[in-house]
Design a protein around this ligand. Structure first.
Ligand code: AN7
Length: 401
């Protein structure tokens, strides 16, 4: 029904082999034999959740599920008007059980771990992957180990990994170093690796594409989303392609990836016509979720962007903060900084004329506002301290906007 195949040399592996990259070093992907597949779901806008699409998910056992997916797709007319576009939708992946899109991948990845008879899982993370993996490992009864870049993970995410009972290690080094280490941990200590190198995890994330078509009833012209380790943009593109091959749709959207200015290896590679990135040694951005210098899925992401006629673009931390405030104050949608990168990117592309007024655009916002309260406090004015007196309150209100 499906195999694991290398995207570089085409070599195929038995999907029950525990392997994360090809012998040639290339990335692997799950490949379904779509012609022989029986599809029992309808894209009728009903009952959306990850496991609605299980005919296209590579597991056969009962899933470890916490009701992931089925996230709101908001029509944002007010923000669209301010930015100069008529049909703007925002898919709020922060409304997943652990507050990020990672849950879509982890429900599949952890189920796969159990199917393969594994009892312990591991990941390196800028925060959300670890929160999600810890949650599903708890539900599935697995041991979980997470490696975090010390001092660079938002508080909400660390708190989640801790309460779900993972072994949480703060590595004195950045995310890219932690990812290299966890690959060694997986190899030598026998943990099942649940970073986005794991092709089964990406299968869960492709359901973002399914839900967008399911809910809208058509294919938008463009998908805009933040890019860190570059797994999600690759997964969503794969999802659209599968729908096209199955005849549900006849086009795919332009995949548009947004990175932070201080961590933009994919944008550099895109601009320079390269098929792979040159890593950044010291990536830096206040959007800590995407503070990644050596994205492992870059080759897949660059292919997705180019093949679909999309673009890669970077935004500054100031632009991210400003977009985060716009989305919150105009639409009431609260997201963490990395997610706001997609909104900041949208604004920039409209200003540059690359997105036109009548394009249908879906921005994927990937993580919830409450993930990173410290960032919010630092970019908003502090609460005004007032004496418990009505006149003091009146004065405070009238001077504060
Ligand atoms: C909110 O948690 O890499 O391009 O270790 O948390 O698929 O990596 C998080 C990434 C975007 C980038 N938005 O997605 C991790 C991690 C949020 C994120 C991304 C992340 P990818």
């Amino acid at each position: 029904m499906y195999t694991l195949a290398c995207i570089e040399c085409g070599k195929e592996y038995d999907p029950d082999t525990v392997i994360y990259t090809c012998e040639c070093g290339g990335l692997l992907e799950v490949r379904f034999d779509l012609d022989s597949l029986e599809i029992n779901f309808k894209l009728d806008g009903r009952g959306m959740k990850v496991w609605k699409y299980r005919d296209l998910l590579p597991v056969t056992t009962d899933p470890v599920t916490i009701n992931e997916g089925g996230t709101p797709l908001y029509r944002c007319e007010k923000l669209g008007k301010v930015y100069g576009i008529e049909n703007l939708f925002v898919k709020h992946e922060g409304m997943n059980p652990s507050g990020s899109f990672k849950d879509r991948g982890m429900t599949v990845g952890v189920t796969k771990a159990i199917e393969l008879g594994r009892t312990a899982v591991a990941c390196a993370s800028t925060g959300n992957t670890s929160a999600s993996m810890a949650m599903y490992a708890a539900k599935g009864g697995l041991v979980a180990v997470v490696l975090l870049p010390k001092g660079k993970v938002a508080m909400g995410k660390v708190a989640q990994a801790l309460i779900y009972g993972a072994k949480v290690l703060a590595i004195r080094g950045n995310f890219d170093i932690a990812l290299e280490l966890v690959r060694a941990v997986a190899d030598r200590l026998g943990f099942y690796l649940l970073n986005s190198l794991n092709p089964f995890r990406l299968e869960g994330q492709k359901t973002i594409a399914f839900e967008i078509v399911d809910e809208l009833g058509y294919v938008p012209e463009r998908i805009v989303l933040p890019v860190g380790n570059a797994g999600n943009i690759s997964a969503i593109y794969k999802g659209f392609n599968e729908l096209r091959e199955l005849g549900f749709i006849d086009s795919v959207p332009r995949m548009t990836g947004i990175q932070a200015e201080g961590a933009r290896p994919v944008v550099d590679a895109y601009e320079n016509g390269m098929s792979d990135i040159i890593p950044y040694g010291s990536p830096e951005t206040l959007a800590t979720a995407i503070r990644i210098g050596n994205p492992v899925n870059a080759v897949k992401a660059l292919k997705a962007i180019r093949e679909s006629g999309g673009v890669a673009l970077s935004v500054s931390d100031e632009e991210i903060i400003s977009a985060q405030k716009d989305l919150a104050r105009i639409e009431g949608i609260g997201v963490e900084p990395a997610s706001a990168a997609s909104i900041a990117g949208l604004k920039k592309l409209i200003e540059r004329g690359e997105i036109s007024r009548d394009d249908d655009v879906v921005c994927v916002v990937t993580g919830h506002l409450l993930k990173d309260p410290e960032e919010i406090i630092s970019v908003c004015d502090n609460p005004l301290e007032v004496d418990p007196d009505i006149n003091e309150i009146r004065r405070a209100i009238s001077t504060d906007k």
